[in-house]
Ligand binder design. Sequence first.
Ligand code: ADP
Length: 222
Amino acid sequence: MQRNRPHDKRVLVIGLGRFGSSLALELVAHGWEVLGVDSNARLVQAYAESLTHTVIADSTDDEALRQLGAQEFSRAVVAIGTHLEESILTTSLLVDMGVPDIWAKAISRRHGRILQQIGAHHVVLPEHDMGERVAHLVSGRMLDYVEIEQNFALGKTRAPREIIGRKLGETRIRSQHGITVVCIKRHGEQFTYATAETVPQKGDIVIVAGKTDDVEKFAELS
Ligand code: ADP
């Protein structure tokens, strides 16, 4: 069995809808070997060229899953959202097979709770998460925003006037605003790490880390 290899870069992706196909293509672009499975022949055909392997199969069929070698994968993603029964059954079959790292997409918190209870190791709620993320962008001045965990976020914003032309180490923004400037990007350049010696200039973009409220308030200064 191959799945205990430390550098196993193979993933089984079940469901090649919008979420599953984007995820699978991104993994392939990053050098992963992806077996994409869907019961819809048209979708499987559409991704046959771009994914490493594709198979038409019903993932709620235990025998079909075994035939495609699902039990040998160390990672699997169940990217079936709208068909609750299929999502739950597929996840439980993978759990029974002992796949050690199962990611499952949920379309509601209740769906997510069920997936977790039957043994999915990671549950993602793409629409809820994206909705929350966009809310922060719509309501504030942030250029981008990621909540890393409950009440801790990274925000991308323009450098506010109060830190322009001063060394970050001398601005006291950490004690005054509760945030840390992690990276900085000058116009036309790439992001680099910020240090105490970094002197932001007008128009620079910064990535700051801190408590969600503090990150938001800091972005309001820009
Ligand atoms: P998205 O919102 O990301 O497009 P969907 O939940 O609409 O996700 O799509 C899930 C995909 O999973 C569909 O392409 C569907 O054909 C596939 N699918 C659903 N049930 C099964 C199943 N039992 N076996 C294999 N594929 C399935």
